[in-house]
Design a protein around this ligand. Sequence first.
Ligand SMILES: [Zn+2]
Length: 68
Amino acid sequence: MMRCPNCNSKDIGKIGSHQFYCWSCFIELTVNGDKMSVYQVEEDGTLSSLDDLFFGEQIPPQVHANGM
Ligand SMILES: [Zn+2]
C-alpha cells in the first residue's frame, strides 16, 4: 500500500497503469520505475509538477555550463 507523499493518506486510487490519485489532497502520482512524480491538478485540468517540492534534492539545480 502506497502513501501519498503530500498528506500521507492511504486513500490512493489507481487511475492508470502507473498513475494514482490521492483523494485526500487531490494530487496525481505517477510512478515510473523507482521514480515517483507528483502533480497537482489545476481547476482547468492541467497538471503542474510538484516534484521540486517533494523531490527537489534529487533534481540538480539549473547550473549553467561551467566553462567546458
Ligand atoms: Zn494526498
